[in-house]
Design a protein around this ligand. Structure first.
Ligand code: AMP
Length: 380
């Protein structure tokens, strides 16, 4: 019996465990929060990622370890990797945790990125604003997610406020200034690489965010073949450079026909949740297959799929989702503003059918704004 250890016990760990059950796998989660939602049906070790006793207990009970949470301290990942197999490897995790390191890697690999600069002092910020220009975004290098730890500089007068808001973090998590990209579309490549180097991607996904948090994903994204090929080539280069094993997401901006890399997530990703119902093999199961050294499953999708995120609280009207053939995912979390509490995936054979279903869901659940851009894309 194989036990997979997961650092972090959120919804990603929960969905990994669900997808691994048919493979006969057991799971163990390490999380500092006792009521982490994966813990509702996965055994847990409750402890801090830096707590060596908790890490030692975790290591003694699992055959292999992986992550639901990318901000596990690099030293903890390294400590584990010296004792048990850990995938993705700690170096890949460390690069993906740091916006400066990941953007530098993308640039080295010839993948276009928005202009960026490392910011350690207020003077650095002034110099970078002068060279990169405005609008720009000041971001923390580490520990930022879902639009947190970011300040948009829309005019010169905002520079002081940006420094006021994030400057104190320059010496801790570090800061980076990025050019603001007035992109037309946001895309992601969900990719998987096996222990033997086999590399696969699911069809490219288009994403829409609200307040920096993913609101909707549509697959396959309607993009030209040449762009798809280039997105896949970018993802493959990153995976090979990091000797990456497992699933990761490469987030891309599309502007005037050019793809630019925003960031990578070294784990299964929210924009790949549609693969549970929309693909032969989900991102969750292929991640497990990869880290266990099993053959990867097919990433082919059938028809089209759209995932809608439920942020803050679940919609009350579940029956309407059943009527629209929605696949419901409730993460078992309590409601809280900005918290991802669930999602639903809608699948259809044609763009028209999917647009009709989404319109119905939007209307019935008062989510018109959330579905509108997806419906517009499907009807274009
Ligand atoms: P991130 O945490 O970097 O993924 O940022 C969250 C969201 O903010 C992205 O998905 C974009 O919608 C937006 N964003 C981040 N960086 C930029 C940028 N350089 N230019 C334009 N929009 C951005």
């Amino acid at each position: 019996m194989t036990t997979v250890g997961i650092l972090g016990g959120g919804q990603l760990a929960r969905m990994l465990a669900l997808s691994g059950a048919p493979l006969g796998l057991r799971f163990l989660v390490l999380d500092s929060i006792a009521d982490a939602c994966a813990g509702q049906f996965v055994p847990m070790v409750v402890g801090d990622y830096r707590d060596e006793a908790a890490l030692a207990e975790f290591a003694s009970r699992v055959d292999v370890a992986t992550f639901d949470f990318e901000n596990v301290p690099a030293e903890s990942a390294q400590w584990l990797a010296e004792r048990i197999p850990v995938f993705p490897n700690p170096r890949a995790l460390a690069v993906a945790q740091d916006r400066l390191a990941e953007k530098s890697l993308f640039r080295e690999l010839g993948i276009p990125v928005p202009e960026f600069a490392d910011i350690a002092t207020r003077a650095d910020l002034d110099t970078a604003v002068a060279s990169i220009g405005i609008p720009a975004i000041l971001k923390t290098r580490r520990l930022g997610y879902d639009g947190k730890g970011q300040f948009r500089i829309k005019a010169l007068v905002d520079v002081a406020a940006a420094w006021e808001s994030l400057g104190t973090q320059a010496g801790t998590v570090g800061l980076i200034l990025e050019a603001f990209v007035p992109f037309q579309r946001e895309l992601s490549v969900i990719a998987v690489r096996g222990r033997d180097g086999e590399f696969r991607t699911w069809p490219i996904t288009e994403n829409w965010h609200e307040h920096g948090i993913l609101a909707a994903s549509l697959a396959p994204a309607e993009v030209e073949l040449a762009l798809t090929q280039s997105a896949i080539a970018h993802a493959r280069r990153v995976a090979e450079a990091l000797d990456y094993v497992g699933v990761f997401a490469l987030e891309l901006f599309l502007k005037d026909g050019l793809l630019m890399a925003n960031e990578m997530a070294p784990r299964v990703h929210n924009s790949g949740h549609w693969t549970i119902e929309g693909a032969e093999t989900s991102q969750f199961q292929n991640h497990l297959r990869a880290v266990l050294g099993l053959p990867l499953g097919s990433t082919r999708m059938v028809g089209r799929a759209c995932m809608l995120n439920w942020i803050g609280q679940l919609p009350a009207e579940k029956p309407v989702l059943d009527a629209a053939c929605g696949h419901w995912h409730d993460y078992g979390k309590s409601s809280r503003e900005g918290r991802k509490v669930g999602h639903a995936t809608f699948r259809a054979d044609t763009a028209e059918e999917l647009a009709d279903a989404l319109e119905c869901v939007g209307r019935e659940l008062s989510r018109e704004a959330q579905v509108a851009p997806v419906v517009a894309r499907l009807r274009a």
